[in-house]
Design a protein around this ligand. Structure first.
Ligand code: NAG
Ligand code: NAG
Ligand code: NAG
Ligand code: NAG
Ligand code: NAG
Ligand code: NAG
Ligand code: NAG
Length: 280
C-alpha cells in the first residue's frame, strides 16, 4: 500500500492518505501532492487577484529555465499582490522543467481555483504561490511518500539514514543546493541512490536545517524502507535502489550563489496556518 505522510512542524501530525498512483518505478513525472488554502469567494474587486495570478503563472513558466530551474516573482499591488516560486529537480532537462512548470500551473488552477495559497508537488517540479510573502522563509511542512511494506535488507537499513545524513550535510554547500550520491552498501553489488535539494531563496544554513529536520521527522517512517521521497516547501530528499536521476544537467550549468538571508524564526503560527490547509 502506497502511503503519504504529512508532517506539520511543532505540532507533529502524521496524515495517512492512500496514494492513488502507486509508487513510481521509472522516473516519470506525475503529481505527488498538493495543498490548497481554504477557498475564498473572489468578489469583483478581487478578480484583479486572479488576473495577477495568471500573469504570475505565465511569468514563472517562461522564466524558470533561463534561471536554472528556480524562479521567484511578485505581481500586483497591495491586497492583490501575489508571490510565486517554482523549482525544478536539478537533474531534469530544460524542456522537461518547462513542461513540468506549465503542467503544474494548470493543475493549480484546476485543483485549487479559489485558493490564495497553493503548493503543487510534481516529481520533477514544485510550484507555490500565495498572497502572503514567503520568500526566504524556511517552512518545514513536508510530505513523505513510501511503500509501507517495502522493507529494506536489515544490513542496508543501518547504512541508509547515515548516508542520507551525509548528503544533507553536503548538499547545502553545492552550487544550486542540489546534490546526488551513490551508496555502495556492505552487501556486494547493492547500491542505493540519494538526492537532496533546497529552494534557492533560503540560506545554506537553513537548507541544512530543513534537510536534517525532514530526516528527523520521518525517521520512523523511512528508516527501514528501500525507497522513499520527501517533498517539502523548501527542501526535498529522495532515496532509492536505482539511479532515478540523470547524470548530467543542462539546467544547472552556470555558477550561482545564494543571497545571504539572516536566520529566520519559524514560529508556531506556521503550524497553525498549515493546519488550516485542506489536504488532497
Ligand atoms: C463561499 O461561498 C459559498 C457558497 O456561496 C459559501 O458556502 C461559503 O461559506 C463561502 N466561503 C467564504 C469563505 O465566504
Ligand atoms: C491573504 O488572503 C487571505 C484569505 O483571503 C486573507 O485572510 C489575508 O488577509 C490575505 N493576506 C494579505 C497579506 O493580503
Ligand atoms: C523528458 O522526460 C522524458 C520522460 O522521462 C524523457 O524520455 C525525455 O528524454 C526527457 N527529455 C529530455 C530533453 O531530456
Ligand atoms: C505535461 O502534460 C502533458 C499533457 O497532460 C503530458 O503529455 C506531458 O507528459 C506532461 N509533461 C510533464 C513534464 O509533466
Ligand atoms: C509495496 O511493497 C510490497 C513488498 O515489496 C509489494 O508487494 C507491493 O507491490 C508494493 N506496493 C506498491 C504500490 O508498489
Ligand atoms: C562505489 O563503487 C564504485 C564502483 O562500483 C566506485 O567507482 C565508487 O567510487 C564507489 N563509491 C564510493 C563512495 O565508495
Ligand atoms: C550515469 O553514469 C554512471 C557511471 O558514470 C553509469 O553507470 C550510469 O548508468 C549512468 N546513469 C544514467 C541514468 O545515465
Amino acid at each position: 500500500m502506497q502511503t503519504l505522510y504529512f508532517v506539520v512542524p511543532c505540532v507533529i501530525i502524521f496524515f495517512l492518505l492512500v496514494f492513488p498512483n502507486g509508487f513510481c518505478l521509472a522516473d516519470t513525472n506525475m503529481k505527488s501532492s498538493s495543498q490548497c488554502s481554504q477557498a475564498d469567494n473572489y468578489s469583483d474587486s478581487e478578480s484583479t487577484f486572479q488576473t495577477n495570478l495568471r500573469t504570475l503563472l505565465d511569468s514563472l513558466a517562461s522564466n524558470v529555465v533561463q534561471n536554472h530551474g528556480f524562479y521567484q516573482t511578485i505581481v500586483g499591488k497591495k491586497a492583490n499582490r501575489v508571490y510565486g516560486t517554482v523549482l525544478c529537480r536539478g537533474d531534469i532537462s530544460a524542456s522537461n522543467c518547462s513542461d513540468c512548470t506549465l503542467n503544474s500551473t494548470r493543475v493549480a488552477s484546476n485543483d485549487c481555483p479559489m485558493s490564495k495559497d497553493v503548493s503543487i508537488w510534481f516529481r520533477w517540479c514544485f510550484l507555490r504561490y500565495s498572497n502572503v510573502s514567503f520568500f526566504g522563509d524556511m517552512q518545514q511542512t513536508a510530505v513523505a511518500i513510501t511503500n509501507e511494506t517495502d522493507f529494506d535488507d536489515p544490513s542496508v537499513v543501518s547504512e541508509g539514514l547515515p548516508f542520507m545524513s551525509g548528503l544533507a550535510a553536503v548538499a547545502p554547500d553545492k552550487s544550486f543546493m542540489f546534490h546526488t550520491e551513490v551508496l555502495n552498501t556492505s552487501q556486494s553489488g547493492q547500491k542505493r541512490y540519494g538526492m537532496a535539494q533546497c529552494t534557492r531563496d533560503i540560506s545554506r544554513v537553513d537548507c541544512r536545517r530543513c534537510l536534517d529536520s525532514q530526516l528527523e521527522n520521518f525517521r520512523t517512517v523511512i528508516g527501514n524502507k528501500r525507497r522513499w521521497e520527501i517533498y517539502g516547501s523548501n527542501c526535498f530528499m529522495w532515496y532509492n535502489d536505482y539511479q532515478f536521476y540523470s547524470n548530467g544537467s543542462t539546467l544547472l550549468s552556470a555558477a550561482w550563489r545564494p543571497s545571504s538571508y539572516t536566520t529566520l524564526i519559524i514560529g508556531m503560527t506556521l503550524a497553525v496556518s498549515a493546519a488550516l490547509f485542506m489536504l488532497f
